[in-house]
Write a protein that binds this ligand. Structure first.
Ligand SMILES: C[S@@+](CC[C@H](N)C(=O)[O-])C[C@H]1O[C@@H](n2cnc3c(N)ncnc32)[C@H](O)[C@@H]1O
Length: 244
């Protein structure tokens, strides 16, 4: 069944402001970028950003010297991304497409990132095979997912039963995963898992400065610690090991 896009279209104009402009939101954005910067291979030149959204990562990747192809299923998200990346237009290419059917040639990318997306898509195995097909044999893949085995467990269970996110005016499809579940999907698609990093929180909620400071410190400690597997959002980096 084709995926609905209305929910993402509806969120497009407020997406970044509502999630990444508060103090905690800015911290979350900083953590996402810090983790991706640690995991990314600088050998890459052309990257695929799946679920590019408003271009939060695409602009940052271009600043880091990459050329980015951003794919999204939502026309409105892409409009925001286009507005944001106007001055970088030579290095950012935006494509309206469903990630279950990526319209690219075999092995045309050096790597792929996919941030805050897999929990929204219905057929992850299919999507992963598409990514594997489009990146080159030594290419890398960075993906994050909301971790069922975390402090968010009670919320995660409710979300998985309802099959959509809490606290959203529109029903946005969502699913939380165990690390084992995602790792086995990634491996079955022909990737070799390299590293896992964690961000304690998955989204922002209005909190006082004191609590935010505590979360910020906790997050910086968690990212690479032994407890990382209990982080709210886990980031996996993988290499292609098997070409079909
Ligand atoms: C939570 S946003 C994340 C945006 C961006 N990656 C970021 O981290 O700011 C999820 C994005 O995934 C896109 N998306 C959802 N399902 C998709 C699909 N099947 N194919 C391509 N994009 C999809 C949505 O339109 C939305 O822009």
């Amino acid at each position: 069944m084709p995926q609905k896009t209305a929910e993402y279209d509806y969120e497009a104009s407020t997406y970044e402001k509502s999630r990444f402009h508060s103090r905690l939101g800015m911290h979350l954005d900083h953590m996402h970028k810090k983790i991706v910067a640690d995991l990314i291979s600088s050998d890459g030149k052309i990257l695929l950003d799946v679920g590019v959204g408003t271009g939060r990562f695409a602009t940052w990747l271009v600043e880091k010297g990459f050329e980015v192809v951003g794919v999204d299923i939502s026309r409105e998200m892409l409009k925001e991304a286009k507005r944001k990346t106007q001055s970088l237009s030579e290095n950012v290419h935006l494509v309206l497409s469903d990630c279950h059917f990526l319209p690219f040639k075999k092995e045309m990318f050096d790597g792929c990132i996919c941030i805050n997306v897999v929990n929204h898509i219905p057929e992850i195995d299919r999507f992963l095979k598409e990514v594997q097909y489009t990146i080159e044999p030594r290419g890398f893949f960075i993906v994050n997912f909301p971790n069922l085995r975390s402090l968010y467990f009670p919320i995660a269970i409710i979300v998985n039963l309802r099959k959509h996110a809490l606290l959203k005016r529109r029903k946005i499809r969502s699913k939380w995963f165990t690390p084992l579940e995602i790792k086995s999907l990634i491996k079955s698609a022909g990737f070799d898992i390299k590293e896992v990093k964690a961000c304690a929180i998955t989204s922002t909620i209005p909190l006082g400065d004191k609590l935010v400071r505590i979360i910020e410190r906790m997050n910086l400690l968690l990212v690479d610690s032994r407890l990382k597997h209990f982080g709210g959002s886990l980031f996996i980096s993988a290499d292609v090991y098997m070409k079909r």
